[in-house]
Design a protein around this ligand. Sequence first.
Ligand code: SF4
Length: 591
Amino acid sequence: MHALVPLKSLDAAKSRLAEILTPAERSALVEAMVRDVLAVLVEHAGIESVTLVSSDLAAHTLAAECGASFIDEDKLQGTGLNAVVSESVELLAAGGADSILIVHGDVPALQATDVTAALQIHAESGGLVIGTDIDSRGSNLLLFTVKDIPEFHYGEDSCERHARWAQDLGRQVSVLRHSGLALDIDRPNDLQQLIGDANPGQHTREYLLQSGLASRLLPPSADQWQQIAHALEEGELLSDAQALSLAAVADTAALVELAGTVRDRGHGNVITYSRKVFIPLSHLCRDVCHYCTFAQTPRKIEQAFMPVEDVLELCRQGAAMGCQEALFTLGERPELRYKAAREALAELGFDSTLEYVRYVAERVLKETGLLPHINAGCMTAVEIAELRQVSASMGIMLESASERLCQKGMPHYGSPDKDPALRLQTLELAGQAEVPFTSGILIGIGETRRERIESLLALRAVHRRHGHLQEVIVQNFRAKPGTLMAAAPEPDLEDLLWTIAAARLIFGGQMNIQAPPNLSPGVLPQLVAAGINDWGGVSPLTPDHVNPEAPWPHLDSLARETAAAGKFLDQRLTIYPAYATEPGRWLDRAL
Ligand code: SF4
C-alpha cells in the first residue's frame, strides 16, 4: 500500500481562509496540517511508503523531514488537482505500488484508526473506498488498487461523482464516514469547528495554541454573546476584547439582526444622504495604490488642476439642482512627485496643492453657498487649520490600520501616504482642531476580518478622545480594469453585510455608519438591514470620479429602495446635525 498526499503549495493554499488569517498564518497552518497527515501515514504499519506531490519546493523539505518521498508537480504535464493526482498515481503504479491511498493534507484530525478502517474495508470488499467529509460531499480519502485506478473528480460533490463513476462501471464502492476524515479545513467555519470540537494532530494543535489562533478564532460563547447584546441594549460601547471577538462570528444573520436593532435605537426610521457636487480637483497623486483608477499621470490628463472657474460653474449647476455639498477629492501632494504639478501650481500662483484647495474652497463657499467637504489626504496641523476656515467638514479614509498592506506585493506598497500611522495622525490632528470628520475602511484588499475590526477600533479610539468622527464609511473594494488588482476577487455581499454590522456594533447606535449605494446596486435594502443609517454623498450632476464605472442611483430610486427597507430618505448637510447645532465648537466663525 502506497500513500499519496497532494498539496497545492504552502503559500497559495487555503485562499478561502484569507478573511480570517494572514498569508503567513495560512502558510504555517497548512504546513502544520500536512505534517500531521504525513506523520499518521508514515507511521502506519499498513503503509509501505508515502509521497507528497506539490509545486512548492518548501514542501520538498517538509516531505524529507517527515520521511516521505516527493514529486515535483511542476515536472508533471497536467495542471489542476485531478490531472496532477492522475499522473502521480501513474508514476507510483509504474514504480511498483499495488494499491494506493490518497489523503489530502488539509485533514488535520486524521488518526491511524481512520486509515486502518479504510484498509480493512478495502481488504474485505475491494473496489473503491471513499472517505467522505461531514457533509458526505467531499473525497478526503480514496483507496483503490492500481488495476482499478479511478477517474478523478475532485471538486464540488466529488464523493457522489467518484461513486457514480465506479457504479457506472459496475465496481464496488464503499463510503467511509469517520470522524478523523470528516473535517477538511477550507473555510473559516471549518477552522472554528476544528478548534472547538475536533481533535487535530499534534502539529496543528500546537500551532493553533502557540500562535494564539485557538483563542482568537473561537466565536463568543452563548454567555458572552448575551453580554454583548445586553451592553448594546444599555447603550454601552463594547470593550475592545468584545469587539475583537466579533471577528470570529461566522453567523452574519445574527450580527445583522443585532446591528439593525442598535441602529434603530440611534436613528429611528431615517436614512440620510448628502446631495453633492463631486469636484475632482486633481487626478495627480504621489501614491500608487494598486486598486486605484482615480490617480493619473500627467501624460494622461489635459490639466493638472481643475480651474477655479470650472469648479464654480459646476457648483452653481449643482446648487440649482438642490446640492448643498461641494466634495473636493484629489490625489496626495502631487507636487512632490510631478514636475507638471509644480509648474501648474506656480502658474496658478500657489506653492502647494493644499494652498490651491483652500483658495478654490473659499471661492465655492463665498460665491455658490455650497459647503465644501475636503478630502485632501494626510495633512499637518497647520494645513488642517487653514482648510477649516473654508470647509464645513473634512475627511480621510483610514482604509486599514494594517501595516501589512504596505508590504511588498500588497495594495499599499509604494504609497507612503497609506501608512496607517500617518493617516491616524491626521485623524488625531483633525480631532484636536475640532473638525467634523469622516473616515472609514476599505474592505476586500487583502485584510482579515480581525484587521478590519482593529481598524474600526483605531477609529473609535481617536473618536473617543475628540468626538469629531461624524461618520464611518464601510466601502467595498471593486476591481477595476487596468489596475494591478484587476483580477483580485471582490468582497461578496455577505462579507460587506458582516462588516457593516460589525461596524455598527462597535460604534453603537449614535454613530453614522455609511455604505456607498453605487457600489452595491440591487441590494440596498440589505445594506440598510445590516445597520447603516446613511448613504453618503450622492450627486444628481457629477459622476463618482473614484468609481466612474458605478453610477449613483437616481435619487427617486434611492428613496424607493430605502422605503423598501422600511425607512425614509432624508437630505442632510455635509456637516451632520449634531455638529451643525454646536457651531461654536465645530465650525470656523466665517461659516
Ligand atoms: S487611492 Fe488615493 S492615495 Fe491611492 S493612488 Fe488613488 S488617489 Fe492616490
